[in-house]
Design a protein around this ligand. Structure first.
Ligand code: HEC
Length: 453
């Protein structure tokens, strides 16, 4: 039924856009109409050396993928932006207009014409070395060689540093060496108190969790993370993250940012290299740090609903084979908060996700809706302006899992019982989490723009 409804909506959209086709040029060409759409929305990833494995820069490239482009844009699979832009809006969202989609379709129908050469727009200037500016400091990550024909790798990586003194930073940015093999990164920061660690550079830099079959604690010891007396230093979560096509987020002065202790390390929990079906390749990724003159007066705080979070998953995370299961989690906020970002998290059985808050007065505050879950694109979505959620509101996260064989991402055939194993990160176990970063509310927060400067 849902599928039929979706098909109907798509068809009726299409009918409307054809109905007022007066908007569309009588002859759609590459140089005049298609290249601007591709350069504005696609070539940041689809270019030589980009994160996608094929380019859409030249006429020949676009011609080769003409049908596919029309299809994936109409289905809103590309550009990858799983959140429904009609439900809520975020910084940096890449969403094509109906007009752009209709242009890509009509181009195919018109025979994929090249168009006048002098109309071809300049290819955009892609960021080099940093996505947002000139960093104050750069730290190389120990290069890693991915063997030819090797499966996905999930590495635990330590990136130590020593500074002249404690330093404030507004942003820590991860830049992949090879865009097309670095899949994603999620990393924290280790902060050593003065006198607790003599040599931050001791120990190994990289542990391959799968190959070394180490427990997390053993891996931490290999990396020499503990203080010299064996106790553990402070870990600040989610300081450095990377997903293709997503730029680092620098908040207005005083909001967010970090205090880097004189001695410290970044700990990439999850440096994920995609499977490599080519020859061996060595990746030299690095970390950029942007200093800040002001201390993080309002540090960003975080909580999460669901699996290992502040509120339990209801009714439970037993996802029976051949079933579609709905779960939810609710958390009532004890004081006014200003939400900066939301990050829905599920694994391969995810089908849809919705997050919203019910205010004490009865209003619904929309946070995010993902009508069609996509495991590959799990962003931290940043609101254009902070969203106030007043004390006593209940934040609700709802998820639907599809454990039938119709789910093409189902890791098991035939389907099996899947559970959350108390927070296992393995993609074949499930998770249900709604991660929220926020500040304690201050007057006027709703007015502060978080758009990139
Ligand atoms: C954020 C990066 C990103 C952006 C932006 C992006 N793509 Fe993609 N695209 C990918 C990745 C990654 C894949 C997966 C295949 C691969 O690794 O190349 C993909 C796959 C595709 C595919 C193949 C789908 C299939 O069936 O395998 C098409 C066609 C495509 N993109 C077209 C587009 C078009 C057209 C746009 C712009 C309107 C666009 N993409 C924007 C990253 C991106």
């Amino acid at each position: 039924m849902r599928q039929m409804l979706k098909a109907f909506v798509i068809v009726s959209f299409f009918a409307t856009s054809c109905g007022n086709g007066g908007d569309l040029p009588s002859r759609v060409t590459f140089t005049e109409h298609v290249a601007p759409v591709l350069y504005n929305n696609c070539t940041i990833c689809h270019r030589p050396g980009g994160s996608a494995h094929f380019s859409l820069v030249s006429y020949e490239d676009a011609h080769k993928y003409g049908d596919a482009n029309a299809y994936v844009t109409r289905q809103r699979i590309m550009p990858p932006w799983p959140a429904d832009p009609h439900y809520s809006e975020f910084v940096g969202q890449r969403v094509l207009s109906e007009h752009d989609i209709a242009l890509l379709e009509k181009w195919v129908k018109d025979g994929m014409l090249r168009g006048p050469a002098d109309k071809l727009p300049l290819e955009p200037a892609y960021p080099v070395g940093s996505d947002i500016g000139t960093p104050d400091m750069r730290i190389a990550i120990q290069p890693y060689t991915l063997a030819g024909e090797s499966p996905d790798k999930f590495l635990l990586v330590k990136v130590p540093f020593e500074l002249p003194s404690d330093t404030f930073a507004s942003l820590v940015e991860f830049i992949p060496g090879h865009h097309n093999i670095v899949h994603h990164v999620n990393g924290d920061m280790v902060k050593y108190a003065e006198g607790k660690k003599a040599d931050v550079f001791a120990g190994e830099r990289i542990v391959d969790m799968a190959a070394d079959t180490a427990t997390l604690l053993e891996a931490y010891k290999k990396l020499s993370l503990p203080n010299d007396d064996g106790s553990y230093p402070v870990l600040q979560k989610s300081v450095v993250n990377y997903l293709p096509g997503v730029f680092g987020q620098r908040y207005p002065d005083g909001i967010g940012g970090y205090r880097l202790t004189r001695k410290g390390a970044f700990l990439l929990n999850d440096l994920h290299y995609g499977f490599n079906n080519g020859a061996a390749v060595t990746d030299s990724s690095y970390i950029n740090i942007f200093f800040s003159p002001v201390p993080p007066d309002r540090p960003v705080k975080e909580f999460q609903l669901g699996t290992i979070g502040v509120s339990k998953v209801e009714p439970d995370m037993m996802i029976q084979p051949n079933a579609v299961k709905r779960v939810w989690s609710r958390y009532t906020v004890p004081f006014d908060i200003s939400i900066l970002t939301v990050n829905p998290h599920m694994h391969l059985l995810g089908q849809s996700f919705k997050g919203y808050a019910l205010a004490p007065g009865g209003d619904t505050i929309r946070l995010i809706s993902i009508p069609r879950w996509d495991f590959n694109w799990q962003y931290f979505y940043t609101f254009k302006k902070m969203v106030k959620v007043p004390k006593g509101s209940t934040i609700v996260a709802e998820g639907v899992y599809d454990n039938t064989k119709q789910n093409l991402n189902n890791p098991f055939s035939p389907p099996r019982l899947v559970t959350d194993q108390n927070g296992s990160m393995k993609a074949t176990d499930e998770m249900f989490q709604f991660i929220i970063t926020y500040l304690p509310y201050r007057d006027g927060d709703e007015q502060i723009s978080l758009e990139r400067k």
